[in-house]
Design a protein around this ligand. Structure first.
Ligand SMILES: [Ca+2]
Ligand SMILES: [Ca+2]
Ligand SMILES: [Ca+2]
Length: 196
């Protein structure tokens, strides 16, 4: 009988010990899991940070180098390298997600004068003779930068034809006196403008 009881006690102790071991293992596993979770969270944070850094770099890159464009006062300007009629020039700008340049200030006028090319700008009186409108439909109000005697609509001489489009003539004239109305069918360089 005593033997039997002893055996049972030993057996119970064994079971007890095993249970304790199991409990210890389970605590260890839990710690391990929570450590892993911690590592995963850190890894996700790191990846998100890397992604944000790359997004910033990418958008900076986009801002700094569209081919052939230059930035001035949060606007982008494209100066063509070939010459076209006013209408074809405008079409090219629209295809670039822009439009022919609209000049809003002395600073912009001075800047554009600096491109040093005879170029079309986005101003025309082709709808109503003598009523100048920008390509966005707004009427020309001050400031305007006509050369003296301009606009003259080809001196209103029918032999010269109508002059309904505006070129920036930077060859010899003053920066703030550089607009000339010209026949829209002549080929000129052109300047596109867009907001980025
Ligand atoms: Ca403008
Ligand atoms: Ca005209
Ligand atoms: Ca003229």
């Amino acid at each position: 009988m005593a033997d039997y009881i002893n055996k049972q006690v030993i057996e119970l102790n064994k079971v007890n010990e095993e249970n304790q071991n199991r409990a210890t293992r389970s605590v260890k596993t839990e710690t391990q899991l929570s450590d892993n979770r911690g590592n995963e969270t850190a890894e996700i944070d790191q990846l998100q940070k890397e992604r944000d850094d790359l997004m910033t770099k990418f958008s900076n890159l986009k801002q700094t180098c569209p081919e052939g464009w230059q930035k001035f006062n949060s606007r982008w300007y494209f100066l063509s390298t070939v010459k076209k009629t006013w209408k074809e020039s405008r079409k090219d700008c629209l295809e670039r997600g822009a439009d022919l340049v609209i000049i809003n200030s002395d600073m912009e006028q001075q800047f554009l004068f600096g491109v040093n090319k005879r170029a079309w700008i986005g101003l025309t009186d082709s709808v109503t003779e003598g009523t100048w409108k920008w390509v966005d439909g707004t009427p020309l109000t001050t400031p305007s930068y006509w050369f003296s005697q301009q606009p003259d609509n080809g001196r209103d001489n029918p032999e010269n034809g109508e002059e309904d489009c505006v070129e920036l003539n930077t060859e010899t004239w003053l920066p703030v006196k550089a607009w000339n109305d010209q026949s829209c069918l002549l080929n000129r360089y052109w300047i596109c403008e867009k907001v980025v």
